[in-house]
Design a protein around this ligand. Sequence first.
Ligand code: MIG
Length: 664
Amino acid sequence: MISRYAFGSMIETDAVLHKPPIRTDRFSKLSVNEASMSLSLHLHEKDVVYGLGENVRGINKRGWLYRSKTVDEPDHSETRNSLYAAHNFILIDTDEPFALFFDYAGIITFDIGFTHLDEMKISLSDWNFDLYLIEGGDKIELVRQFRKLIGKSYIPPKWAFGYGQSRWSYHDADEVRTVVRKHRDAKVPLDMVYLDIDYMDGYKDFTVNEAAFGDLSVFTAEMRRENIHLIPIIDAGIKQENGYRVYEEGLEKGYFCVKEDGSPFIAAVWPGKSVFADIMNPEARAWFGEQYRVLVDKGIEGFWNDMNEPSIFYTEDRLKSVFAEISEMQGENMGVERFWHFQSIVNGLTGNEEDYRCFYHRYKGELIRHDRVHNLFGYFLTRGASEALCGMMPDRRYLLISRTSSIGMHRYSGVWMGDNRSWWSHLLLNMQMLPSLNMIGFLYTGCDLGGLTCDVTEDLMLRWLAMGIFYPLMRNHSAINTRRQEFYEFDLTDAFRSIISLRYRLIPYLYSEYMKAALRDEMMFRPLAFDYPEDEHASTVEDQLMLGRELMIAPVYRQNADGRYVYLPEDMKLLRFRVDGSMEEEVLEKGHHYVKVPLTDVVFFLRRGKMLPLAEAAQHSGAVDFNKLSFIKFGDQNMTYELYDDDGCSVSACDEKHFRIIGD
Ligand code: MIG
């Protein structure tokens, strides 16, 4: 059952599709304190709090303070309170589990046992929001109810389940050709190459550096013949430059965010001084989306939307005041405190709160200050792109991922998990984001495998890929000035081939489970406690997940480990895929096990009474044959599997009728 309570009058977020009527009785599940603009709840020792989507820390969110404010935060460490997303959904697993969704565009703080271990306190920056209370049923059912409320998830084309290679940046067509040739020559499957900001002309959105890429339509077609999709990046900031069509057109139409005096708000990002589409104006975001046509006309069918928190490097106004302050400090005999302050002034330019308070959107005939709708920026901009792409490619699916998101955007695109580092701890962190993202409908997701920044090591790359084969979005991405991490940069190429090939063998399974989750409002990845609610230990497991109806995954995420402890909530069959192509099965009993996992193996677990379909290896997703499957089973009885298959590219194909039961 879903109840909706209204507090004040909210700014529309378009998170909820069909709003139930507002309840007129008092909301009493939490104690409400309007004076302090907060709600609080006592937590019992065994209660678990799930949710908050893409965030820092573990699956159980207890023990920290989280702030829903979208930020370009490259430091995903435990000390952070915010990352790229604002996902205001929590599920409290207590005697009778329930879930809460704060439909609110402003900034919320979730203190979940930070100030007081046994208290959760949720504070809002103003008192205008809708609160949804979801009750009745188990955790899986609560999520299903919520997902029905917010609408169906985005579905990418089948080829988006292939492997993608990315780098900031591949600078010209030849460099991309080399990447593709090296994969094909070594028989390492590949479906996508991502183009980072350097494909553009001077970081100007919807332009192409033709000196480096030639006519992009010709190059795109050449890549399609190789079964490769090129996926260019689109940044939120639009370069302020006379003669640049996109800038001039948007300016003339009044489609950019403005300062109080009505002049366009200008901030520096990658292209230098830039303007930002007014996402609260439906015409402006439709216009922004329409710009994608330039690339769609060149045969591009996939994009990644970056910098849309929106990220701001600096503004002219802030820069002026920083220079003024610093020049005043010149010659001063600085004590240590003053010195630290001095250091912080320059660092404080980027993502400065003050900047977000000094520009405006046009909303229902009024100017609304940006900070009140900050968390909607990337969502609405991506929505503009998605709606426009639907029009440009009728009945054709496209690949679209965004860095920032809030609830509702799952209907329009997927997300990648932002700028992680080549750290072992991030392998685990990015895995822990999966179930909480799934709860709120973000199914097409994954992280930068190998880590974006810092230098990866070969063992980390292999372990991360062994986890990454399960992410719907499987992309190897790394930043400028870091060690290159394409498979051919390392020694154990056979292991890379065998791990990535296994991904392709799993595509029929992953695609089927994805479509079940998308069409039936389910979670593809779940914490163990969702499937084993009676098992007390299951709720404490933070480094294993249930995947689909058949599997449990438990990646190795520690360096130099020769394996790991795995908890089995019931008897399961361990499946081990070796680098020599052999496969080993072993039945393990419910309980704790130390499982050896050599660096070149992939290990995961099959549930009793279930069977896993495996395709034959293929070099690209189009060659994966859904009609030529082998099965691994656990149990003696006759078994079936519900397979999904369709044309992989049309929108109308995404339908229940494409499920079929297979088995013996
Ligand atoms: O300020 O385009 O998350 O994937 O490689 C960094 C360069 C901008 C952030 C993205 C990352 C991308 C990078 N971008």
